[in-house]
Design a binder for this molecule. Structure first.
Ligand SMILES: *Cc1c(COP(=O)(O)O)cnc(C)c1O
Length: 408
């Protein structure tokens, strides 16, 4: 499809998802029959509450007084001088619990309360969504169970402790790949067993309809704020907007407000890992093919037989073989370009942001920075707005083994 395609016009008019939860050919609901009524109920709940005045006021007030919004927009002056283009950072690392995840967790927990849920289940990979969910549930007095792959529990031990302190029950998942993919399967299974009393708080813009839409609406606050802040600071719009893409929630949150601004280039950065070889990366839109995962038809990393591929990224939060269906459509329509950043260049970007700006970014966010560096080299003097999705304290074990091991 070209830039002038029908899909692009529809995207800009904000017509997706359609009534069946489709983003063009992508999205929908590929789930067991037993989950359809629960998804219908959730869709009705989203329609009744999400844009309701009372809900917006409560959410807005909690975001402002508890979660730390609006987050700052920072001009990275020394980094700009070094890289040759003007680099601005949307500081989701300053949001409560250290990443954009809280925007979604808080919004869905408030929705669950309105829907009369007695308990919350969530999945987590690196642990950031689990921590955000545990915090939001504690704030609202809702019991919270978090499913986490046994491998992730080992490599993200500090976040397991944080979740427990915040009152969540963390359940190890020992089946399947013992990482995020298996944790989502387990959370869905829990939800099927009690679809009325339990609310499934999904952590990214993936899964069956209405989740990709719901998560986008809750994360769109990032781009709304950033667009206004940037216009106030610079008197115009940036030349380019860049975010990292795992499941795609911080990216869709950042991009949504800019999709109609046709003069603004939009770029998503996936985890290039060690390279293009099978199993060496988690770059779904760059190397995947269409398929069904976790209830949604989207792009997917799979081998020639349709088996889901192993993935690799130095960043646990990007290490997922699927991607949200709206990104699949944005890629398909040509409105957003998706590129990769590898482990090494992302680690180098961590060091650069630390040394030039005094900010320790999450490894996920460093992928967006590595993409911005490449963009800067090709567009000297241009302006680029980067979503700094989270802070890097959680990644200290990885930094000890890499950046700090190189320089004792
Ligand atoms: C979870 C996470 C991501 C990846 O998830 P998306 O849904 O793609 O945003 C990126 N950055 C940080 C800091 C995260 O915690």
């Amino acid at each position: 499809m070209s830039m002038n395609s029908e899909a692009l016009q529809e995207l800009i008019a904000g017509r997706f998802p359609d009534a069946r939860g489709r983003f063009g050919p992508f999205g929908g609901r590929y789930v067991p029959e037993t989950l359809i009524p629960a998804l219908e109920r959730l869709t009705e709940g989203v329609q009744a509450h999400l844009h309701d005045t009372e809900f917006r006021q409560t959410l807005g007030s909690e975001l402002a007084t508890w979660a730390g919004r609006p987050t700052a927009l920072t001009y990275a002056g020394r980094l700009s001088a070094a890289w040759g283009a003007h680099i601005w950072l949307k500081r989701e690392d300053l949001a409560h619990t250290g990443a954009h995840k809280i925007n979604n967790a808080l919004g869905q927990a408030l929705l669950a309360q309105r829907l009369g849920a007695r308990r919350i289940v969530a999945e987590t990979g690196a642990g950031q969504h689990g921590v955000a969910s545990a915090a939001a549930c504690a704030r609202l007095g809702l019991p919270c169970t978090v499913y986490m792959g046994a491998i992730d529990m080992e490599r993200q031990a500090p976040n397991v402790g944080r979740m427990r302190l915040l009152g969540a029950q963390v359940v190890p998942v020992t089946g399947g790949d013992r990482t995020l993919r298996a944790a989502i399967d387990e959370a869905l299974r829990d939800w099927v067993s009690d679809p009325l009393g339990t609310y499934y708080l999904l952590g990214s813009a993936v899964g069956p309809h209405p989740y990709p839409y719901l998560v986008r609406e809750l994360q769109a606050v990032i781009g709304r704020e950033a667009r206004t802040q940037y216009q106030q600071a610079a008197g115009r719009l940036p030349d380019a907007v860049i975010a990292c893409v795992g499941g795609g929630s911080n990216a869709i949150g950042m991009f949504h407000a800019f999709v109609p601004d046709r003069g603004v280039e939009i770029i998503g950065i996936e985890a290039g890992g060690r390279g293009a070889m099978l199993g060496g990366n988690a770059a779904t839109l760059s190397f995947g093919r269409p398929g069904v995962l976790h209830g949604s038809y989207s792009m997917l990393l799979q081998d020639a037989d349709g088996q889901i591929q192993e993935t690799h990224s130095v960043s646990a939060g990007l290490d997922y073989p699927g991607v949200g269906p709206e990104h699949a459509l944005l890629a398909h329509s040509g409105r957003v370009r998706y590129e990769t950043a590898g482990d090494e260049e992302s680690l180098a970007a961590v060091r650069a942001l630390c040394e030039f700006e005094g900010i320790l970014p999450a490894l996920e966010s460093a992928h967006a920075l590595a993409g911005a560096r490449r963009w800067a080299h090709a567009h000297a003097g241009g302006t680029v707005l980067v979503c700094l999705s989270g802070r890097g304290d959680k990644d200290m074990p990885t930094f000890q083994q890499t950046l700090l091991a190189e320089r004792p």
